[in-house]
Design a protein around this ligand. Structure first.
Ligand code: PLP
Length: 380
């Protein structure tokens, strides 16, 4: 039913209850949340210091350690999107004047450069064309040249669809006392990650992609080495909301109020992680790989090409080359309007050159591929 609502003396709005189309979200994120996650999020909220809610927070911490394959005690969800968790890693590790070396292979590497600069870092960059990744030799040379306090790399670059291999990187970092910081926003839950085995010191992610939740509660973790370095910093962390020493007073034993947690989002995250643990994280990685391979095969069958070499291709996000003479935005617009399917357009250097197709979390299944390919055949 539509009602007329007066919002001031001059303006009246015709409003009905929220009623939005149901879309299949096959873009760079968010992906569709699992129905059980949506159900969990509609549970009546408890107080943010209620013992039963604190138990939910403990479960989130344990489950995040599992999906990230880490024992880090400081493993929590930041109340905010992936960018907030990204900023938390920077805020808690960078001191003014620190050399921070950022590997830029796309849009999100540039965001790290911007953030580290805002915290007073002496930022150095190495870059590759969008769609490529660094070799160990390239990283070694850059570490020798810059001897940074922190090396920041994007594991899964959502703007290009490439996966940066991380095996062996921390051994190079250790030579220079460098902390290794990685972005796992488009990899957590869908791409193999072994934080402890890889010697990662700081990592962050999001809830709305491989975990199959809504956006707003974002995983963040620090190794004991990064935590020790934080204890030795001369001044306070220059961001009150993201200061992990304050956040750990809420997430840890003390249970001191820090901010009012977005209780229902934490319910959703806890349910998403429970579903993932029930499937088994290795099984989830294998499912993402299998469905991505099916997608690549089906797209090739209708004459489309992928932008990234197969060896470096992410299973969660595929960049599909736009054929000559085709208007990329017109096609993605038609997929949305005529077929209720969202795919992403190219970002930055790849704008107009690729579509970005995500198969993440709950959406990583053959039915998503079949629906997309059938629709693409019609609109192309
Ligand atoms: N890093 C990467 C690799 C991303 O893909 C994104 C978002 O898609 C972010 C960081 C920022 O996350 P958010 O948009 O949730 O703030």
């Amino acid at each position: 039913m539509t009602q007329t609502v007066s919002i001031n003396n001059r303006q009246r709005l015709q409003l009905s209850a929220l009623n939005l189309p149901k879309r299949l979200l096959l873009g760079p994120g968010p992906s569709n949340a699992h129905p059980d996650v949506l159900a969990a999020m509609s549970t009546a909220p408890l107080g943010h210091l209620d013992p039963d809610f604190l138990k939910v927070m403990d479960e989130i911490q344990a489950l995040l350690r599992y999906v990230w394959q880490t024992e880090n005690p400081t493993t929590i969800a930041i109340s905010g999107t992936g960018s907030a968790a990204m900023e938390a890693t920077i805020a808690n590790s960078v001191q003014p004047g620190d050399v921070v070396l950022v590997g830029v292979t796309g849009y999100f590497g540039n965001r790290l450069v911007d953030m580290a600069g805002r915290y007073g870092a002496d930022v150095k960059t190495i870059s590759k064309p969008w769609g490529q990744v660094f070799s160990l030799d390239e990283l070694k040379t850059a570490l020798e040249t810059h001897r940074p306090a922190i090396l920041a790399l994007v594991h899964a670059e959502t703007s290009t669809g490439a996966r940066q291999p991380l095996e062996g990187v921390s051994a190079l970092c250790q030579e220079f006392g460098t902390l290794l910081l990685i972005d796992t926003v488009t990899s957590l839950g869908g791409v193999p990650i072994h934080l402890d085995e890889w010697g990662v010191d700081l990592a962050y992610s999001c809830s709305q992609k491989g975990l199959g939740c809504s956006p707003g509660a974002s995983p963040f973790t620090m190794s004991p080495r990064a935590w020790d370095r934080l204890q030795q910093r001369s001044g306070k962390v220059p961001n009150w909301y993201l200061d992990s020493t304050l956040l750990m007073k809420y997430w840890g034993q003390e249970r001191v109020y820090h901010h009012t947690a977005p209780v229902n989002l934490y319910y959703g995250l806890r349910e998403a992680l429970r579903i993932l643990a029930d499937e088994g994280v290795e099984n989830s990685w294998a499912r993402h790989q299998k469905n991505a391979e099916y997608l690549w095969e089906q797209l090739e069958a209708i004459g489309l090409k992928m932008h990234v070499d197969r060896a470096n291709r992410l299973p969660t996000l595929t960049t599909v080359c736009v054929p000559e003479g085709v208007d990329a935005k017109a096609i993605s617009g038609k997929l949305l309007q005529e077929h209720n399917i969202e795919v992403g357009n190219g970002l930055g250097e790849l704008a107009g050159k690729v579509w970005r197709v995500g198969l993440m979390g709950y959406n990583s299944k053959p039915e998503s591929v079949d629906r997309l390919v059938a629709a693409l055949k019609q609109v192309l």
